[in-house]
Structures are given as C-alpha cells and as structure tokens.
Design a protein around this ligand. Structure first.
Ligand SMILES: Cc1ncc(COP(=O)(O)O)c(C=O)c1O
Length: 448
C-alpha cells in the first residue's frame, strides 16, 4: 500500500482544503436556509471553482472519498440527496431541481458547469446564473453555452444573465434577433443595489424603467431580482449584520412595490410575485428571516464553503474549526534579535494576496492566536508575537523547514493563486501539518 503524502511533505506554498469542514459548512448552510421555511440555496461556486466542491455544495458530494467519486447509485441514495428529495417532494427530479442552483460569476466557471451538467445528466447544475453584469463581447460564447447546456440537459437547463443597465437590454435584443434561435427568449435577472454600491440599478423610477424595458422585450424574460449585500464584509457585530440584512430585504420589497405600481398604472398583466428573488452573502447568511412576499426567495452565499479570517471578524464563522481553506507555508527564517524577534515563511502576496480587512492585518496562523503576521512581501511573510508582547519568540515551536497553516484574509482570492488544492479530511481540532492528503481538487482557471 502506498504511503499517503502528509501536508508537511508538500512543496510550499500550497492551498489546503479541509473537506470535513467544507462539508459541514455546506450542510449547515443548507440546513439553515431551509430552516427558514422559504429560502432555497443558490450556492455561488466562485470561491473554489471545482467539480468536487460544486457537488458538496449541492448536497450530493458527501460520498466522494479519497478521490474516487461515488457511483450514480450511491449518490442518489446518499442521505443528503434523500433528505432533499423528501423535503422537496421532487425525487427523482431533484438532481435538476432549481432548489440546488449553481450560481457563477465567471465565464470560465460556466462552461465548466455545463460540462458537469452533461456528465451528471443535468445534475443540480442545470440552472445557472452568471453573477456579473453581462457584456456584449461574451454573447457569442453564451449563445454556444446555452445550446450546449440545452443538449446536455434535454432542454431543461437554463442560463440566466444579470442586467443592470438599459443598454444591455438593447445589445442583447440585437444579438438574439440575429441569432439562429431568435424565437427563444433569454432569461435575465435584474441586479438591484441594496447598499453595497457596486453593481445594480437604484431602487427608484430609473431602476424600474430598466425592469419594464426587459418585461416589454420580445427577446427577454425577466426571471428575477438579485441583490448582493457584500457590505456585510465590513460588519463587526450581529446587530449591524441584522441591519445590513434587513436593508437588503427592504430594498427588494420596495423595488417589487414600485415596479408593481408602475405596471398596474400602465395596465400590464405582468405578475411581479412570479419573480424569483435572490439575496444575501456569507456574512449575512444566518440573519435572513422570512421575507414578507410570496415570491420564491433564495440565498446566494459563496465564501461560506471555506470561510476565512475576514469571516471570523464578521462573526459568520464562529471559530477556526469551521475554516476549510488554508495556505500551507514553510518556515524559512529565524531572526532572534532585538529588532525582529520573528520568523519568516515562504508564502507572501502571491499566495495569500494583499486583500485587507477593515480590522487590519494580513493573515493569521491557524491555532496560534498569540502570533501576528505583520509584514508581507511578494514571496514571504514575517510573523512575531502579537503587538505589545516583548517575550522571546517561541522559535522552538517553528523549526526551520517546518510547515504551518495560515488563514488568508480572503480565501476566495487566496485559492485563486493556486492551480491545485490538497485535500485533507480532519475534525477541526485535529488539523495539523502532519495530516495526510486524501485527494487533490483542480480548480477551473482562465477567462473567455
Ligand atoms: C454577485 C455576488 N453574489 C454572491 C456572492 C457570494 O458572496 P459571499 O462570498 O459573501 O458569500 C458574491 C461574492 O462576491 C457576489 O459578488
């Protein structure tokens, strides 16, 4: 029997996934979404961009062990799928249920998921929403992707596009009427700005005019409204988080109201209650309450699969045992002098990125709250005892050449620095550099 590689045997820096925590995070997200009675999950796959991660997010990957995917039969009878099937009463269609939507922001992800949809006979990946506003240069590729998805899923798969500008409606119409399948309407979600002030129309007559333009279009279907409360990242306490979440909901409810008033005024028969509503973020995930509207509502968290140092600050991640994404680094310097009293490791900005947090700092050492990473360059980071402590650094805990696990500030960005993820499967408390690698996951890379 071949000996398994240990984390400490790997070339560093390396990206490490603790599958045990990953699975638990996904199960908890599904449970808490469904516990609200109305929320479905539309997991965002941008954080990991892997086949294995998608399956676990959708609740069907729990049987993937040691790199060997479970057989179709095993997947279907796994507890996770049975639970969903019972709850939703849609088995065997559960594998194509829109309750398990995949939601993706990057073009590279979407072609990958289409391939997965085909491999899994649609699987849970037949309903895909491209999570960034659409641009003209992507339309030919999307046209091809739509037809690939249609043939992979027996015409059941659908790709929704995100719109937040009237010009997008115009270039989409122009493209669709000149395409071979001009008679098939394209499905779109309207992005609403609920306070993050990134993408999205404003909740007023200008935003509503984009919605009515889509509704009046002979080429498009307005399928839903989408708001992402990404400003939850800078929140420090539960009350503030509840406020961000409430604002997210209120903006959607207000938008539905002014849209429906406007439509009624113009005698339109469009039913705004049929619009799907997608809200949320990882930070706000546990604060969402039942929305006072009959619309179908889903949550679209992404980062929750790994969590990170930032989500420890927001409180969405309650302790380090939930962290599932790490950067493994090696100790390459001991500086036992009055000025430094520190060690150096071989992971810097190219492995962790320089993404900051409102609370400061650049990353943390797993299991060592007594230490701080205080200086980062391209390829290295310096670590010392927390500010204010002038005791000698515990060099004996970190021999030269030894490895340690780091919590990135933002795991989505750190993961994107690597082309392979090394997977371990450990209860939080048992995670260390001596753990065995049980699998490798390869993320999707590149852009169209
Ligand atoms: C449009 C959109 N939706 C959903 C998400 C997922 O948010 P989070 O990673 O906070 O869960 C993101 C993250 O950037 C996003 O940009």
């Amino acid at each position: 029997m071949s000996m398994r590689q240990r984390l400490s045997d790997l070339a560093t820096p390396a990206f490490v996934i603790n599958r045990h925590a990953f699975r638990r995070n996904c199960e908890l997200a599904q449970t808490s979404a469904h516990a609200n009675g109305i929320y479905r999950l539309r997991p965002h796959v941008k954080t990991h961009k892997t086949r294995e991660g998608c399956l676990i997010q959708a609740g069907i990957g729990s049987d993937v062990r040691d790199g060997a995917p479970a057989s179709e039969g095993e997947l279907r009878t796994s507890n996770a799928v049975r639970k969903f099937a019972v709850r939703l009463s849609v088995a065997p269609q559960i594998l194509r249920s829109h309750h398990l939507l995949s939601f993706i922001p990057q073009w590279s992800d979407s072609s990958y998921l289409t391939e997965m949809a085909s491999q899994h006979k649609c699987g849970p990946f037949g309903d895909i929403l491209l999570g960034i506003p659409i641009c003209k240069s992507k339309l030919s590729a999307i046209g091809r992707l739509k037809s690939d998805l249609a043939s992979a899923t027996n015409n059941e798969g659908v790709i929704h596009l995100l719109i937040d500008n009237a010009q997008q409606v115009e270039f989409l119409e122009d493209f669709i009427v000149n395409s071979p399948s001009a008679n098939v309407k394209w499905s779109v979600f309207l992005k609403i700005d609920s306070g993050y002030h990134r993408a999205g129309v404003t909740c007023d007559s200008r935003g509503v005019s984009v919605a009515t333009k889509i509704i009046d279009s002979s080429c498009l279907i307005l399928k839903g409204l989408y708001s992402h409360c990404g400003h939850s990242y800078s929140v420090n306490d539960k009350l503030e988080m509840e406020k961000v979440t409430e604002d997210d909901h209120n903006v959607i409810l207000e938008f539905l109201k002014i849209l429906s008033d406007q439509l009624e005024y113009h005698g339109s028969s469009f039913d705004t209650f049929l619009l799907e509503v997608s809200v949320g973020s990882t930070g706000s995930m546990s604060c969402h309450k039942k929305l006072s509207t009959p619309n179908n509502v889903d949550l679209h968290p992404g980062n929750y699969v790994f969590y990170d140092r930032q989500q420890l600050f927001t409180g969405a991640c309650t302790n380090e045992s939930y962290i599932a994404g790490f950067v493994l680094a090696r100790v390459i310097g001991h500086y036992d002098d009055d000025v430094r009293n520190a060690i150096m490791i071989d992971a810097g900005a190219t492995a962790l990125t320089k993404e900051g947090t409102p609370q400061g700092g650049m990353c943390a050492v797993f299991g060592r709250p007594d230490l701080e990473c205080y200086r980062m360059s391209q390829e290295i980071t310096m670590i010392r005892l927390r500010d204010g402590c002038d005791a000698p650094f515990p060099f004996e805990d970190f021999p030269l050449g030894s490895t340690l696990l780091l919590l990135p500030n933002h795991s989505c960005l750190a993961a994107a620095c690597f082309d392979t993820y090394y997977v371990v499967d450990e209860m939080g408390g048992q995670l260390s550099s001596t753990c065995s690698v049980v699998d490798t996951w390869i993320p999707v890379k590149g852009w169209a």
